[in-house]
Design a protein around this ligand. Structure first.
Ligand code: AKG
Length: 275
C-alpha cells in the first residue's frame, strides 16, 4: 500500500499526507453524520462512537488499516480513540503540542499513530494544520512547546491546501498545532482523528471511565476476527492509575523501578533513547 519512500518519509519526518483518498460519497456520508450529532450531542468525545455507523466504518476502513499496517511495520495495533468535529468560523487555535500517550514521557519505543481526516480538505480558511517534522523522535511532555503558541518555528510545514477527502497520517509524538484563520465560506472544516497503538507495550487508556465498554462495543459491532487485537482492552492500563502513580513524585522516577539484573550499563552517564 505504501511505497518504500512513503515509509521512509514517515520514519524520518513523522508524517505522510494522502490527498483525496476518501471518495466524495463516503466523505459526504460521514460529514452528514457529524452534522447530525453536532445538533443532538455537541459534547461528543468519541466514547460512544459505536452509535455512529459512518464513523465506525471509517475506523475500520480497509485503506486506512492497510496503510496503518505498513506504518506499524506489520505488527498488530489497537484502536485508542476517535474524535470528530465540525469546525465553524471563529474556531480557536491549539498551541504546539503532541498526543503521544505515555506516563511519564520517557521513550518512543513503539508507534502511536494519528489518522487525521479532513473530509472537506483544508483551504486556508477556518484553520491550518502546522507540523514540526522530525519532532516525533524527541521525548518531551505533551505541552512542552505550548509556550510558543502557534508561531511558525524553523522547519514548520503548513498544511492549508489539501483537497476534500485528504488524510494526514502523523506519528502521535509529532509536535503540531492548529493555526486559526478568519473566514470559512462554503467549505466547512470537518476534522476526525483516529488513534492506533502499536502492539508490544501497554498504553494509557482513553479517558478514565467507560473505555473498556467502548472497546467491547466496537469489537462486537465491527467484528474483525483477522485483527484480534484491534479492540482489545489488554493493550491498555487505566490512565487514572498511571497518573496517580507518578503524581507528586519528586526527582528521578528511575529509582522506583525494580533493578534489571542483565541490563547493559552505558559507559557514560548518557541515557540511551529507546526509539
Ligand atoms: O484541527 C487540527 O487540524 C488539528 C487538531 C489537533 O491539534 C489535535 O487534534 O491534536
Amino acid at each position: 500500500m505504501l511505497s518504500d519512500e512513503d515509509k521512509e518519509q514517515f520514519r524520518k519526518l513523522g508524517y505522510l499526507i494522502k490527498p483525496a483518498i476518501l471518495d466524495r460519497e463516503r466523505a459526504a456520508a460521514v460529514a452528514e453524520e457529524i452534522d447530525r450529532y453536532v445538533q443532538v450531542e455537541p459534547g461528543f468525545d468519541g466514547s460512544n462512537i459505536w452509535k455512529y455507523d459512518r464513523l465506525c466504518e471509517l475506523v475500520v476502513d480497509p485503506q486506512t488499516l492497510a496503510i496503518t499496517d505498513d506504518i506499524m511495520g506489520g505488527s498488530e495495533f489497537t484502536f485508542h480513540h476517535c474524535h470528530a468535529a465540525r469546525h465553524d468560523p471563529g474556531l480557536k487555535g491549539i498551541a504546539w503540542h503532541h498526543d503521544y500517550e505515555q506516563i511519564p514521557q520517557t521513550n518512543r519505543s513503539h508507534i502511536q499513530l494519528h489518522v487525521l481526516h479532513y473530509l472537506d480538505g483544508l483551504n486556508g480558511t477556518v484553520g491550518d494544520l502546522l507540523l514540526l517534522p522530525k519532532s516525533h523522535r524527541s521525548v518531551m511532555r505533551r505541552d512542552a512547546m505550548a509556550f510558543m503558541g502557534d508561531q511558525l518555528l524553523p522547519g514548520t510545514v503548513v498544511i492549508n491546501d489539501i483537497p476534500p477527502g485528504s488524510v494526514v497520517f502523523a506519528h502521535s509524538a509529532l509536535v503540531h498545532a492548529r493555526r486559526p484563520q478568519p473566514g470559512g465560506g462554503e467549505r466547512k472544516r470537518y476534522f476526525i482523528d483516529i488513534a492506533f497503538m502499536q502492539d508490544g507495550v501497554q498504553w494509557p487508556s482513553y479517558g478514565r471511565e467507560g473505555w473498556r465498554e467502548t472497546l467491547a462495543k466496537m469489537d462486537r459491532k465491527l467484528h474483525m476476527p483477522n485483527r484480534p487485537k484491534l479492540f482489545s482492552e489488554d493493550a491498555f492500563f487505566d490512565i487514572a492509575d498511571g497518573v496517580a502513580r507518578i503524581h507528586r513524585r519528586p526527582g528521578s522516577l528511575a529509582m522506583l523501578l525494580p533493578e534489571q539484573p542483565d541490563a547493559e550499563r552505558p559507559m557514560s552517564g548518557a541515557i540511551p533513547i529507546v526509539q
